[in-house]
Design a protein around this ligand. Structure first.
Ligand SMILES: O=C(O)C(=O)C[C@]1(C(=O)O)C=C[C@@H](O)C=C1
Length: 443
């Protein structure tokens, strides 16, 4: 997997880091400052002009992509899936001079009509898929990108929000983002960003996370006064750090590998980092303790995001992620919504609630007893079915009756790889070029 320079949020547009330590990385490991707004990424001018050509072609085409209306559940009805028209000649997008395509004759310099296959979510600029992740090389998210898309070009971004924007601005084809961890729980920021941006979940990977405590070569544990890492990583090692008897303060950093890089770049002999063994190698750190996560089954789930949804299928296990809210009067709305799945034997794999950004509190006046303050929520639900299945479509149609807002975040193949520590087996996905595994029975 190739690595690229870190993409940073433009100055003055810094999404909150939730109280994390924001450390300067002066002189750190070949980091290049890039501006997303100006889309200035060193050495990519040629590729970007190709993207610009493509973007302008797409802009003139209207909303239908891949020959089908994007499944619309946003305050609308469940749209039937329209069969995809066959591409006339099956050729892909040609970002090469027209003359060399036509091979001469009167049509030599005429622009070619854009074909439906030109709008495929497959990579448009060479064979390598460009995958944005938050962190620097050595971060777990980089490893997840490699698991999701073997051989991809992994693009480090300094914030989650930047990874979203990189895909929206065609700088990357996909983003890979952590959404939950088996010890630390949900990564709330990414749930909020999923709602705020218009990207689609096209896959998931689950990655065993194996943490190391590392310091500069020659530093002994007794000399340490501070341990820095990503807040999730600190939380995942909380008990082990205490049990090791280290008398250290814990400080949050943007990402695990970035913490290792920071200690190395600043020659900090009183500070350790928690990160992967690859980060230790990359930044010349010595591993003081290996496998310090509180549970050996520590797993982080990542989702892959793209500009376009994938076509849901029924020949392998799929998961669908939705988000909904309700502001209608009525009781037991959540119960009714969940029962729409239960009655159809659809397994729910996750439910998460987040404050409703625009209307966090609802006041209900009761003249006799005063004013009740109800918190309003957005509910995120993952269920185990494909959007191509009638039972899923019917469940969503019913959910829509009970809710005031409903959006499908994506319907995508489940990660079915065996869970072994340090597993690096690859995921087959409808979103990648790999063939699907043997089909399970579809319902
Ligand atoms: O900091 C990293 O290395 C990341 O990839 C981020 C992250 C996270 O956000 O949860 C990913 C996996 C681990 O759970 C710890 C940190």
């Amino acid at each position: 997997m190739a690595t690229a320079s870190l993409i940073k949020a433009p100055v003055g547009q810094s999404p909150g880091t939730g109280g994390r330590m924001v450390a300067g990385r002066g002189g750190g490991g070949g980091v290049v400052r890039c501006s997303l707004q100006g889309a200035v990424v060193g050495g990519r001018a040629e590729w970007q002009s190709s993207c610009a050509v493509l973007s302008s072609k797409v802009a003139g085409l209207g909303p239908a992509v891949n020959g089908r209306a994007a499944p619309s559940f946003v305050n609308g009805h469940v749209a039937p899936l329209v069969p995809e028209p066959a591409a006339k000649d099956g050729a892909g997008l040609d970002l090469v001079p027209v003359s060399s395509v036509n091979g001469g004759g009167a049509a030599r310099n005429l622009p070619q009509p854009l074909r439906i296959s030109d709008l495929s979510p497959a990579p448009m600029h060479g064979s390598q898929l460009r995958v944005a992740y938050q962190g620097v090389p050595g971060a777990y998210s980089e490893k997840a990108a490699g698991k999701a898309y073997p051989g991809c070009d992994a693009i480090p971004c300094d914030q989650f929000e930047v990874a979203f924007s990189a895909v929206e601005l065609w700088i990357a084809d996909r983003a890979v983002l952590p959404v939950e961890n088996s010890l630390g729980g949900s990564i709330h920021r990414n749930y909020d960003l999923l709602l705020r941006h218009r990207l689609h979940i096209v896959g998931e990977v689950q990655l065993p996370v194996h943490h190391c405590l590392m310091a500069l070569p020659g530093v002994r544990k007794e000399c340490l006064t501070r341990v820095i890492s990503h807040p999730q990583a600190l939380a995942q090692c909380e008990h082990t750090l205490t049990a090791m008897g280290l008398n250290v303060v814990r400080e949050a950093f943007d990402d695990t590998a970035g913490a290792a890089e920071y200690v190395a770049a600043n020659g900090l002999r009183d500070t350790a980092a928690i990160a992967s063994s690859r980060a230790a190698e990359l930044y010349g750190m010595e591993v003081l303790a290996d496998g310090i996560q509180d549970d050996c089954g520590n797993v982080t789930r990542f989702v892959m995001l793209a500009r376009e949804p994938i076509v849901p299928r029924t020949d392998r296990p799929f998961k669908t992620s939705i988000v909904f809210a309700h502001d209608k009067e009525g009781t037991s709305v959540l119960f009714k919504v969940l029962s729409a799945f239960a009655f159809r034997d659809i397994t729910l794999t996750k439910i998460e609630s987040r404050p409703h950004r625009h209307r966090p509190i609802r006041l209900v006046d009761d003249a006799n007893v005063g004013t009740a303050k109800h918190f309003e929520y957005m509910f995120y639900v993952d269920f185990q079915a494909s959007l191509a299945e009638p039972r899923a479509q019917n469940a969503l149609a019913e959910v829509q009756e009970y809710t005031s807002f409903l959006r499908v975040l994506g319907s995508y193949p489940m990660d079915m790889t065996p869970m072994t520590a340090g597993s690096s087996s690859t995921v087959t996905s409808s979103d990648s070029s790999s063939p699907p595994p043997p089909s399970p029975s579809s319902t």
